[in-house]
Design a protein. Structure first.
Length: 202
């Protein structure tokens, strides 16, 4: 590995940059709460697939529900971003998270009770639509709080934690399904979304 003129390896410079980011007032809360609040979407994707397939015996319907979840999130993201720009994170993210938590619990309960397939897909779409835009808000926050090498480190830290979520969310979902079942796991994802987003937005 090459050593820059500063005498620090690339890994050492990255760690130094991360320390500079985490020394910013409120940064530790932002990073931790962003991880928690973004965890549920990965949980919901797998949890929805398992729940709908288990209750309806159809991978096709389960895939449609998961696709509706992702579609809702994609459609709503630019609208939500505009709302955050105009009204601020607290006034937008918190109601979205609470709404998503409530609808997620309704979705899980409906699927567990055998609600019509169309209703289940519609609820999955609504759950996705209410996904709080935490990632976009976090990037905007780093843009406002940092510049230069510290900004680069903040974005690198965000990318690293996002990759970590790809591993942790399915793992947490699998453990929770084994312990409490699929419907409670989906509900748990809704609760985590509310808690993480409220802490992030405050």
């Amino acid at each position: 590995m090459s050593v820059p003129e500063t005498g620090l390896t690339t890994a050492e410079r990255d760690r130094s940059g991360f320390r500079a980011v985490l020394e910013i007032r409120g940064a530790r809360r932002l990073v931790a709460s962003a991880v928690i609040s973004r965890m549920p979407f990965g949980m919901l994707t797998l949890g929805t697939l398992l729940l709908v397939q288990q209750e309806y015996g159809s991978f096709a319907l389960a895939g449609l529900a998961v696709g509706s979840l992702a579609l809702g999130s994609g459609i709503a993201a630019p609208i939500q971003g505009g709302l955050v720009d105009r009204h601020g994170a607290i006034r937008v993210l918190t109601p979205l998270a609470i709404g998503q938590g409530v609808v997620t619990c309704g979705f899980a309960a409906g699927a567990a009770l055998g609600a019509p397939a169309a209703a289940v897909v519609a609820l999955a779409l609504l759950v996705g639509t209410l996904t709080p835009p935490v990632s976009a808000t976090l990037r905007m926050t780093w843009m406002n709080l940092t510049d230069g090498p510290v900004r680069d480190a903040a974005f690198a830290l965000d990318a690293m934690t996002t990759q970590l979520l790809f591993a942790l969310a399915p793992l947490l979902t699998a453990v929770s399904v084994q312990v409490v079942g699929t419907a409670p796991t989906v509900m748990l994802a809704g609760v985590i979304s509310v808690v993480g987003t409220v802490v992030f937005a405050r």
